[in-house]
Write a protein that binds this ligand. Structure first.
Ligand code: FE2
Length: 419
């Protein structure tokens, strides 16, 4: 590679490597790929002075619902703040979905995410509605945005696979249309037996259509919601392991320790992924508690300590379940530090890894993820010193480079003491 073929050279950045070390380097990009990393590279056609800002792999959003994003208050506000009132409001709102409605809100949300450093997204699409408008809309969006963001779409049966006579057929139709991932919601199936049956059905469909699995699992404070053990058993027997994700699993925080410890041991026999959504679950859960009030979070620290892959999701942005947020993954990591009490320095750094490398693992992104010569030039530049500083200040993402192109820049706020 001669110097004249560098299309873009990033100068004087501080590169966060996969092992957590940081080196000051230049990075050269050509034809959408990283072609050189090192000190004092030759000039490129374009140059960007990073002023010693932190270079990181992009953020990975492991769990969001783009189909319901930006609908808070439509047709009414969620007054109880519960998951179940949210499902009822969404059931009303989704009666008049159109492809344009879905696509407009999804692309707007994706732009907000990308401008804040997210370049990989897994979105659930509600497939309990008979025309599959949400799914079809998000599949069109996946194609429309592929030049600047990678979108995975989960066929998510919001009302349960067995909650209505047509729901099972709608799930299968969604996979035939091209959904990347099979979803589920066993704790919201009408009976315990239906919930167990739904998990078996999800694994059957995933194997039949060669898709990943991501199940909303035990998102309730009920300590008898024990579908995670069914997911783990199916993962062990099928060998699907890292292709399987259990999302939320908030009931895990309410299980007695004897049962929880047994379950942690079973989880060690698989390589399934967990997705945690601390922004939303700290607000949704504990709503039927008086005091003491539970935090409504799965056992993040224990899962992380035993080497299980955990990544993070914003889950909702301005919708019937969660009216806050902008899609910023540093907000998610910041909340996890608090709610899961991940306050040791290694724990804080792990929270950052949960929105980068560990998210990439959940999404089964190929070895393309990361900042190395030969890989696609997907990276972000933060106004931060290191991972701890990035989370502490929820640092501004100054530049976003996707497939070799600078797609967004933001000026970090400048505070001036005037006295
Ligand atoms: Fe969700």
């Amino acid at each position: 590679m001669t110097s004249t073929s560098y299309e873009l050279v990033l100068r004087q950045g501080r590169l966060l490597r996969a092992d957590g070390t940081i080196d000051q380097v230049d990075i050269a990009i050509a034809a959408g790929r990283i072609v050189a990393i090192g000190p004092e590279l030759e000039p490129g056609t374009f140059e960007l002075d990073l002023e010693e800002s932190l270079i990181s792999p992009p953020f990975v959003e492991s769990h969001i619902h783009l189909d319901s994003a930006l609908t808070a208050g439509e047709p009414r506000w969620n007054q109880s703040g519960t998951l179940f009132e949210g499902i009822e409001i969404w059931r009303e709102r989704k009666q008049n979905l159109s492809l344009e409605d879905i696509k407009t809100r999804a692309i707007e949300t994706l732009k907000q995410q990308a401008m804040q450093g997210v370049l990989y997204v897994r979105s659930h699409a509600d497939v309990s509605e008979q025309n599959l408008v949400a799914l079809k809309g998000l599949l069109e969006v996946r194609e429309a945005v592929k030049d600047w963001i990678t979108l995975q779409v989960v066929a998510f049966p919001q009302d349960g696979i067995y909650g209505g006579p047509k729901n099972d057929a709608l799930m299968e139709e969604a996979l035939k249309l091209g959904a990347d991932v099979v979803g589920g919601i066993p704790h919201y199936e009408l009976t315990r037996e239906d919930g167990v049956k739904s998990v078996h059905r999800i694994f059957e469909l995933a194997q039949q259509y060669d898709r990943l699995i991501d199940i909303h699992c035990d998102e309730i404070d009920d300590d008898h919601a024990r579908f995670l053990e069914v997911v783990v058993a199916c993962a062990i027997r099928s060998g699907l392991g890292e292709r399987v994700t259990a999302s939320h699993t908030t009931a895990f925080g309410s299980y007695n320790n004897a049962y929880a410890n047994k379950l942690l041991g079973f989880i060690r026999r698989t390589s399934i992924n967990f997705v945690v959504n601390p922004l939303i679950n700290i607000t949704l859960q504990g709503r039927t508690d008086t005091y003491p009030k539970r935090r409504g979070l799965t056992r993040v620290k224990e899962l992380w300590q035993q080497g299980t892959n955990v990544s993070l999701g914003h889950d909702c942005v301005q919708d019937p379940w969660y009216s806050m947020g902008t899609g910023n993954m540093l907000d998610v990591a910041f909340m996890l530090v608090h709610v899961a009490q991940m306050t040791g320095i290694a724990e804080i750094n792990a929270c950052y890894d949960m929105i980068t490398y560990q998210g990439a693992k959940t999404l089964n992104l190929a070895s393309d993820y990361g900042i190395e010569v030969g890989k696609p030039a997907n990276l972000i530049v933060l106004d931060a010193i290191d991972r701890y500083d990035a989370i502490r200040r929820r640092a501004t993402v100054k530049h976003v480079i996707s497939q070799g192109q600078l797609i967004a820049s933001t000026n970090a706020p400048l505070m001036q003491w005037q006295r």
